[in-house]
Design a protein around this ligand. Structure first.
Ligand code: NAD
Length: 252
């Protein structure tokens, strides 16, 4: 799944799934535009990507907040000014859920989760589409929580169901231009902000037991699927939701 010469924007590149995807894309020959709100993390991932990059590839970091559409637009223009094009976009920046009763959710929590996890996907997609040509593709991160309802995760579910509906609608809209839009729906993945990881040993065991594979997933196992969705290997996939959850959804 070579990405030689392709310009790939990855949001949420400083950590977890975004970072793992950046490393794989760097190893596959891409030029990376690494986006995140966490500037220190961006610097670290840039060094890691430079250590594995193709000889003629170059990477740049872009510090911005995906929940702010002005910052998204400015960053996209900066990417185009630097690289001259955009081939692929991975909308991965997001906030993982914390268990909370809906009656206790503040307006601020709603706005933060929705504006980062859903509006950010919209703003980046809207800004990148005019620069994308036939063969380009977008991958958006939903979640098992975008496929199935989860008590106490209602706002996160609203955002992730929204990502699915938005992505499928855009897939229909831009498919005739040869631009594909697909969705990955991870289950429990071992990243610093995953609720089971934060919850400790008992929570991790519970998350593992819920999966058919009896373990939680690794970020690179999501990255593999993202690279597949960028590549021509998935050329007839558009508007698809790929579950990467070890079989969690089988019971639903
Ligand atoms: N880890 C899981 O189990 C899991 C499961 C399903 C879906 N997801 C989704 O995958 C995506 C990545 O999650 P992760 O687990 O790798 O988390 P993570 O916390 O390791 O990484 C998220 C990254 O997004 C960045 N970010 C957060 N808000 C931002 C903003 N407003 N603007 C720019 N960058 C911002 C963070 O700084 C961080 O680097 C999220 O959308 C998350 O909801 C994760």
């Amino acid at each position: 799944m070579a990405l030689t010469g392709k310009v790939v924007i990855i949001t949420g590149a400083s950590s977890g799934i975004g970072r793992a995807t950046a490393l794989k894309a760097a190893s596959s020959g891409a030029h990376l535009a690494l986006g995140d709100i966490n500037t220190n993390g961006l610097q670290d991932v840039l060094e890691e990507c430079n250590a594995v990059k193709a000889a003629d590839a170059s990477h740049q970091i872009f510090a911005f907040d995906v929940s702010d559409s002005t910052q998204c637009n400015q960053s996209i223009e900066a990417v185009v000014a630097h690289f001259g094009k955009i081939d692929h976009l991975f909308n991965c920046a997001g906030i993982n859920p914390t268990s909370i009763a809906t009656e206790d959710v503040s307006d601020e929590t709603w706005d933060k989760l929705i504006n980062t996890n859903l509006r950010g996907v919209f703003s980046m997609t809207r800004g990148c589409l005019p620069h994308m040509k036939s063969g380009s593709s977008i991958v958006n991160v939903s979640s098992v929580c975008g496929n199935y309802p989860v008590a106490h995760f209602a706002v996160y579910c609203a955002a992730k169901y929204g990502v699915v509906g938005f992505s499928k609608s855009v897939a229909l809209e831009v498919g005739s231009k040869g631009v594909r839009v697909n969705i990955v729906a991870p289950g429990a993945i071992e990243t610093p902000t995953n609720s089971a990881v934060r919850g400790g040993a008992a929570a991790l065991k519970h998350a593992a037991d819920e999966s058919g594979l009896k373990r939680i997933g690794r970020p690179d196992e999501v990255a593999n699927v993202v690279l597949f969705l960028f590549s021509d290997q998935s050329s007839y996939m558009n508007g698809a939701v790929l579950d990467i959850d070890g079989g969690l959804g089988i019971w639903s």
